[in-house]
Design a protein around this ligand. Structure first.
Ligand code: ZN
Length: 134
């Protein structure tokens, strides 16, 4: 794993969360992106070499909607940047981690992503992400 790529935070309202985090970090988000497949709207802030990803549900069936319903707003996942996502998936499976999607999918911010079940990592949903080079 190379670094913490971003920390994902589940929020109820993206506009008001954008304003809060802009005030906190002293800068605006640099982009917003809708991830249709996950039913989320996201926005990104750059903080040094890592990012903050705010996630708001766009549909009631969104995993972010059910997360907020169960646990309220807050940290949803930690994303680690990896060099070779397929290799990491194979390695982590051997280590006994529960990989939620063994075939990486296309996530926000031009990344290939895979998730590890929170039960595998003491209650934290882990995202692996690999930059897609275009
Ligand atoms: Zn993420």
């Amino acid at each position: 794993m190379k670094k913490i790529e971003h920390i994902g935070i589940a929020v109820k309202n993206l506009e008001s969360a954008n304003a809060t985090y802009a005030a906190l970090l002293g800068k605006k988000h640099y982009k917003t992106e809708k991830v249709e497949s996950e039913g989320v709207n996201t926005s990104f802030f750059l903080v040094g070499e890592s990012k903050i990803e705010l996630l708001a549900a766009t549909i009631p069936e969104s995993p972010i909607a059910s997360f907020i319903e169960k646990r309220g707003e807050g940290i949803h996942h930690i994303a680690f940047q990896v060099e070779d996502i397929q290799k990491e998936i194979t390695r982590l499976k051997k280590e006994g981690f529960h990989v939620l999607n063994e075939i990486p999918k296309i996530g926000a911010d031009n990344k290939l992503v895979a998730f590890l079940h929170p039960k595998s990592a003491h209650g934290v949903l882990i995202e692996l992400c690999q930059e897609i080079i275009i």
